[in-house]
Design a binder for this molecule. Sequence first.
Ligand code: HEM
Length: 491
Amino acid sequence: MGSIPTQTPDFPVLYDARPDDMSLPAFMVSTTRGFLPRADPIVSLPAEFDALESILQRMPVETASGEPGLLAHGKLGETVMAELPDLTEHMDKYKDNLPLMNALYRDYSFLASAYLLEPCHMRFVKGEPYGLARDVLPARIARPIKRCSEITKFKPFMEYAGSYALYNYRLVDPSLGLEYSNLRLIRAFERGLDPTSSEAGFVLVHVAMVSHSGPLISGVLSALSSSSSSSSSSSSRQPDQRAKLNSSMSTMLASLRQVNSAMETMWGRSKPRSYTSFRTFIFGITSQSMFPNGVTYEGVEEYGGRPQSFRGESGANDSMVPLVDNFLGVKMPDTPLTEILKDFREYRPSNHREFIAWVKFKSQECGVRDWALGGGKDEEDDDQEQVRESRKLWIMLLDQIREFRWRHWCFAREYILKQTSHPTATGGSPIVTWLPNQLGAVLDEMENIYRDVGGNLGKEAEDIMDLVARQKDTLNKEVRKFCEERGVSRE
Ligand code: HEM
């Protein structure tokens, strides 16, 4: 890996995503592409993998031509056993091309999930419970997925960024870029190769949201650099640093507003009633009734025949919200549900994970929160209007995270809770209580901060806080109702 031109001396965030550099991992944080891969995903595999390509094209319930595919007839498992050789030996020829390794990881992970969950899908379409999935991944899938996951540093199971969502889009016309109507899926389980399908809408709305994350990252970086004084002692901050902090937070706010408005398009692009039919294939192994004893990865020496367990792909592995949580230092309750939130961090591209951890460390080291909220020594020296602006922006940033998590709770209600009684989400979290754990924490945080700074932040902030009080009440009632109906505990 050559030297990388970076934005900050502390963390190698790219300001040039270097799309043609195949020696770098596909996913590295950049101020231009944010958390999207450095270049649009590789679509085609080398000829040695033709057998894999052929099965993947015939695999979806509805193929690109509109014909029923292998999963429509429950024929995937036998086709894999009849046609797919173990291609692991070809993988290492390409190991220095990390984006290509990522494409192979995506494709093997699609095949692995479809292979394992095919029996559950066949029961689901007959209106039966999921029952048990296959619990042995044959060597012809297990060995190559293990090898490319080692090289790409993903888990050897489908992940959100590296596979299902962020490495699964192509552009119809490259000159039109990431405009929504120009996006198509590369791989699908159900009807996703039709761009108007709910499966395509579900995935592509994630891509559309993340396409706005570049300015979020620039804003965070510049807010952190404005907050660290040259001597790292808060008393030496200059007045223009607060102006820079405020303008950086405004940049973050503008980006989050775009992310949230892209999220709102989910309702029209992916229908609540269609979600459960493609979701069968994105469940993980961890905490799922379909995999009571994990999955054995045949032929993978390192596992010595011991069954493995991995979480399923989930937006919970996206990096935007955790980035802002860490920048703002949002306090999560000390509950087993928060432990799941921490575990989700393990399922991200390693560079995203390191960046998010670095932001947490840096934000604490610089004391951004205290300074922004006017609790530091500088308060008397700073222009009071500017301090008030910082406080308001802080509340407004939290409000964007509240909005994201509130809409999310509405998604969970409409796409999942009203459609199915299966108690566990794709990532393996308990469906009724997990999202409210974090949403409740943000609502509490907003009330605490607003109270501690003494309010008085203007009409816009007052309206936000009124909404917070109402949503807190509604959330409590809804969670209580769902818990009672389903007989689950709130913790
Ligand atoms: C129909 C749309 C969606 C549904 C039904 C849905 C469902 C869920 C569920 C059930 C969880 C709990 C974690 C788990 O999987 O075990 C979750 C978490 C999460 N999802 Fe989604 N999701 C949707 C869309 C999105 C989109 C578009 C994004 C954008 C990046 C996203 C980002 C997240 C995040 C960040 C979390 C963690 C929430 C937190 O930290 O409080 N989701 N989602």
